[in-house]
Each structure stands twice: as C-alpha cells, then as structure tokens.
Design a protein around this ligand. Structure first.
Ligand code: PLP
Length: 400
C-alpha cells in the first residue's frame, strides 16, 4: 500500500472536471462520497433492489444478502461482531435509540454525565430523557483547549455519554481515563463517534465502552444511515425503542415478542441502499493506508494551526498542537461574523462551516455565539490549505 493524495482524491467524482478547485473543508458536516460507494449503491438500486428479510423471491434474497454483507463490513470497521451492530438513520438516531432503550432503565436520582462540548445530538436526547424520567444531567468541564476534563463519577451515575472527537475543537477524548472512572462506579459509557469514524477503522469494543455511534454521511457514505455498536448483553436486556415490522419474533393481539439481535432495534424497512453504501465505505476505508493518511491529515492540520497563529485577531478554539487531536480546526476571527467569513471564503472555492456547529453550550463556554470551522478529510491537499489562507486574508481585509 502506498499513499498518493491525488490518486485518493481522484476517487471522489465531485472533485472532477471543475473549472476552479473546490477546497472542501466541511467534511465534518458531510464528507464526500467515493466511486466505490456510489458504485455499490447503484449496483444495489439497479440490480438488487427489493425489501430485505421478508421476501422469498430471488431479488429479495439478493437484497437481504447485500444488507447482511453491509452489516458485516460496518461491524468489521468497528472491530465488532455483526450481531452487535445495528443500522440506524444516523448518529443522532443511534443516540436517541440508546436514550430510549437504556433510558427505560433510569429513574429519579440516577445521573447521566455529558460534557459542555457535546454536539446537540449527544445532549438534547439526554435532556429529554431527564425530563421523562427525573434523572439528572451532570456536565464535565471543558478546558481552555477544548478538551473534556475527566472527573470521578458517583454511584448514581448510570451512563456517561461523550464525544470521542469534538466536532468543534477536534480534541480526542481521553477514553481510558473516562472508562476507568465509569467502570469504578459501574456506569455504562456511550461514545459519539461521528467525528472519529471518518479517520480510520477503530476498535469500539476494545475501548471498553458499551455503546458506539457513528454517522454514515460523515463516513463517506450516503445520508440517512448510521450505525450503533451495542454489547450483546445490552441488546438482549434492553427494551426495543421503535415498534413495527422486522423488530418482532411474534405478534398476537395481546402483545409481541421482540426479535433477537440487531433486528430488535431496526423497526420498519431500513435505509437499505444507504446501509449498503455505508458498508461499501467501510470496506473501502479499511483497505487504505491509515498511518499515511493520518500523517497527511495531521500535516495539513499543522499548516492550519500555524497559519492561524500568525493571523492577528484569529483564535483557535481547540488544542494548539497535534497531540490527541483530529483534523477539525475552529477559530474566531475577532470582529468578523463566521457567516461573513464563510461567504467571502466561498468566493475562493473554500467550503467552510460558520455558526455554532450544533454546540451552543461550548460556544457559550468560550463566550462566543459561533465560530468558523475547517474540517479535513483524506481527500484534502495542500492546495486546499493555500486557498484557505488566500480566502482568509481577503475576509480579514474586508471584515476587520
Ligand atoms: N455527533 C457529532 C459529534 C456530530 O458532529 C454530528 C453531526 O454534525 C452528529 C453527532 C450528528 O450526526 P448525524 O448527522 O449522523 O445525525
């Protein structure tokens, strides 16, 4: 395996045949999709499209097999068994699933721990759960570099739900420290892996956590799909969240017996084509040279950090160095609104995200209404960073 940034980028049709370069630095919102994924979805939709599980005709069997293969590929990417890997409608849906299924075991006096840097997807479901059950929320602090500060938990702590990688600061969670404290009091741990999964295969069970949620569209796959890894004992013990077709073993007038395994949490027709796309993305990603890609992503991140450090009035919201950091760089440009910064930089072909990035408590912690975010993926190159700084110089000239 050898690493060739241009060859990798060429696998993404969205970048082909443009008159001017698209410096796509918004992969934290949605990553672009490679030909391997598009081909897999097209093959399914044009030659295998049918509903899964219930049909006995050949097409339905082919669809069911493709869906099962996709599950296996996603599971392998997470180093998890297929029987513990649930397809969802996205990372938000995965977290809501846990908030309902695991949440059904909580009551007044129980505590759920989150942090100030969570994406609203890993905050609002717990606020809703607290309102439903009388459980309370506790917030872990975030330090000046945008890192969650581990703390001791209480006997009443039942779940710790944290971002593996912050979608704003790029900080990577100190998972061993959190898991050690959680296990000391018997609390379960959920990691929101939406911003971790696009940066290489991982070992979710090996992290010592209980639930791991990922997003399809951030992991180079179609929108409308995601996955949740959940320990088998929890799949067995927890009640289903949504009811309907596919999640039952048997239904009578009086009630139902839930299906076993992932099906228990996959009510209704799943997003079959998108799930097959996610499977294809995971299989494709698993075959890449990740040490080389990580070095490449980190070198570009260092360029962003160095360049921003040299811009008067620019303040990076995350770690200033590369240690325990993902390629997500958010910054405030003093005196300039993030939307204006993004608009001016868009004229240079630079796609950024401006606003609160669904992390309002974190921005409040930094005394800001929003920030401007550059989030990288494996197809980014030096030319994108060059355009970023050209655009930023213009934004600074016009706005400040
Ligand atoms: N968690 C984090 C950290 C995110 O960045 C996002 C999306 O921005 C989500 C969750 C939501 O993911 P999805 O769009 O798959 O629901």
């Amino acid at each position: 395996m050898s690493f060739d940034a241009a060859a990798l980028r060429a696998r993404f049709p969205i970048f082909a045949g443009r008159e001017t370069r698209l410096a796509y630095l918004d992969s934290g919102a949605s990553a672009q999709t490679p030909d391997a994924v598009l081909d897999a979805v097209r093959t399914f939709e044009t030659s295998r499209r049918a509903n899964v599980k219930r049909g006995v005709h050949a097409l339905a069997e082919a669809a069911t097999e493709a869906y099962a293969t996709a599950r296996g590929r996603v599971a392998a990417y997470l180093s998890a068994p297929s029987e513990e890997t649930i397809f969802t409608a996205g990372c938000t849906a995965a977290i809501n699933l846990v908030a309902h299924a695991f949440g059904a075991t909580l009551g007044p006096g129980d505590e759920i721990v989150v942090s100030d840097l969570e994406h609203h997807s890993n905050l609002v479901p717990w606020q809703m759960l607290a309102a439903r059950t009388g459980a309370t929320l506790r917030f872990l602090d975030v330090d000046g570099e945008g890192r969650i500060v581990p703390a001791k938990f209480a006997a009443r702590t039942k779940l710790v739900a944290l971002a593996h990688v912050s979608n704003v600061t790029g900080a990577i969670l100190d998972v061993p420290a959190i898991v050690a404290e959680a296990k000391a009091v018997g609390a379960r741990v959920l990691l929101d892996g939406a911003q971790r999964a696009p940066h290489g295969p991982l070992d979710a069970p090996g992290l010592g956590v209980d639930f791991y949620a990922i997003s399809g569209h951030k992991t180079f796959a179609p929108h409308g799909v995601g996955a949740l890894w959940m320990k088998a004992e929890l799949i067995e013990a927890l009640p289903p969240f949504l009811g309907g077709g596919e999640m039952i073993a048997r239904v009578t007038r009086e009630g139902f017996v839930p299906a076993r395994g992932p099906a228990k949490f996959e009510a209704g027709t799943p997003p079959i084509g998108a799930a097959i796309g996610l499977g294809a993305a995971c299989a494709w990603l698993a075959g890449l040279d990740w040490p080389a890609i990580a070095a490449h992503e980190m070198r570009l991140t260092q360029r962003l950090l160095d360049g921003l450090a040299a811009v008067p009035g620019a303040r990076v919201l995350g770690p200033k160095g590369l240690q325990a950091r993902a390629p997500v760089v958010s910054f405030d440009l003093e005196g300039a609104h993030p939307h204006d910064v993004c608009q001016i930089m868009d004229r240079f072909g630079v796609a950024l995200r401006g606003g609160h990035h669904c992390a309002q408590p974190l921005h409040a912690r930094f005394d800001l209404a929003g920030s401007t975010r550059a989030s990288l993926a494996l197809y980014c190159e030096d030319a994108d960073i060059d355009l970023f700084f050209d655009g930023l110089a213009e934004a600074k000239r016009v706005l400040t």
